[in-house]
Design a binder for this molecule. Structure first.
Ligand SMILES: C[S@@+](CC[C@H](N)C(=O)[O-])C[C@H]1O[C@@H](n2cnc3c(N)ncnc32)[C@H](O)[C@@H]1O
Length: 211
């Protein structure tokens, strides 16, 4: 693990104690429900955190979850056990997934690619482990296209990174495209900041020619 990744991992270990309280203020449950109920088949949730999404998975999904923070994954395990949900939860870096290619029907992440040190590499990895006919489902917040709001997000970003290891001005749609994923559904959930993205690992001929 490189030093940048280790630094962000430690930050999440530190905030794991208060993460659920912070989360309640930031991500409403309806957004999670709308996103997570799209999951089907064998699912990999990356950056599963404390397992806040666990209650929303359809019952017929088989769930594997990873997070690089041992403290966060420990909380996710406790939540799964309390809710009697079977899930294979492992400590792992999304930038270097220890899974075969084409393994999962759904790869899902909520509010993760704002903090992954190399988001394009992480997105390439989830594309690799997703089956060719599978889906990548993301709920992410990102930099607003509004020039003034975007400017303030740029100004405040170093503070957000310092406190919670979270970039508030990532251009996540661009990153998803750079990783070669093919966006098939894009929906604004809150202003143009929180978005639902559904993508396919199959690249269009146009996307391939642009790389
Ligand atoms: C803002 S939290 C979101 C947690 C959870 N997905 C949720 O919606 O509540 C970001 C999560 O991504 C994890 N994370 C960040 N970078 C990661 C990486 N490179 N590999 C695995 N997990 C990572 C953090 O440890 C943290 O649990």
């Amino acid at each position: 693990m490189d030093s940048k990744t280790e630094q962000i991992q430690k930050r999440y270990d530190r905030i794991s104690v208060i993460y659920d309280q912070l989360d309640r203020m930031m991500v409403p449950h309806w957004m999670r429900e709308k996103t997570v109920t799209l999951a089907r088949g064998s699912v990999l949730e990356v950056g599963i955190g404390t397992g806040v999404n666990l209650p929303f998975y359809p019952q017929d999904c088989t769930l594997t979850g990873i997070d690089f923070s041992p403290k966060m994954i420990q909380k996710a395990r406790a939540r799964a056990q309390k809710m009697n949900i079977e899930a294979d939860l492992r400590q792992m870096d999304v930038q270097q997934l220890d899974f075969h290619n084409n393994l999962f029907d759904t790869v899902l992440a909520t509010c993760v690619f704002c903090s992954v040190p190399d988001p394009v590499q992480g997105l390439r990895e989830i594309s690799r482990v997703c089956k060719a006919d599978g889906q990548v489902v993301l709920l992410e917040h990102m930099r607003s296209e509004n020039p003034l709001l975007g400017f303030f997000m740029d100004i405040l970003n170093p503070l957000a990174v310092w406190i919670i290891g979270n970039n508030i001005n990532r251009r996540t749609i661009e990153n998803v495209e750079k990783a070669g994923l093919n966006i098939i559904r894009l929906e604004n959930l809150k202003a143009d900041i929180y978005k639902l993205i559904v993508a396919s690992p199959i690249q269009t001929a146009q996307a391939v020619s642009q790389q």
